[in-house]
Design a protein around this ligand. Sequence first.
Ligand code: HEM
Length: 137
Amino acid sequence: MTTTVRILQGITGIVGLGALVLGLLFWIANIDLISLHKLFGFIVALGLLVMSLVAVSTRGMRLLGVIGVVYAFILPVFGLSQATLLVGDLHWLIETAHMLVGIGALALAGIMGTRYLRLKQTAARTASQVTVPEIGR
Ligand code: HEM
């Protein structure tokens, strides 16, 4: 499972950065690669969902996992509906919110992955400390 979490962390990080760059290119430079951006966004949402399910099944991370599951659904729903929200002068508020929600998804996946790996590392260290004296007896 540790390898899966490492891979998920890497994928969400790299693909998420790609989604952010494509979104910013669209926003700032009017370069329309939104279809690819959406694909990257869905991969991020899927990565976050799987990572959250791993967290839900790990003691000490369940609440974070539930938050991640809900977040993984909010990200695409907000992304797909944002064009119709607050249309007009204040639309930049929605655009900014969407960007922050996207960055939040990347941060959440990163935090969950790091926390999971740290928990497993601590558990492995504790287990080795418990077994070493027994072997010496
Ligand atoms: C399933 C996930 C996602 C979907 C469906 C989605 C969809 C979209 C769409 C349709 C637009 C163009 C909006 C318009 O026409 O004005 C957009 C723009 C943008 N997206 Fe995403 N996106 C997703 C994930 C992300 C993620 C993960 C990030 C950042 C890491 C992000 C950052 C941006 C930025 C900066 C823009 C330009 C500003 C804006 O219009 O909000 N998006 N996205």
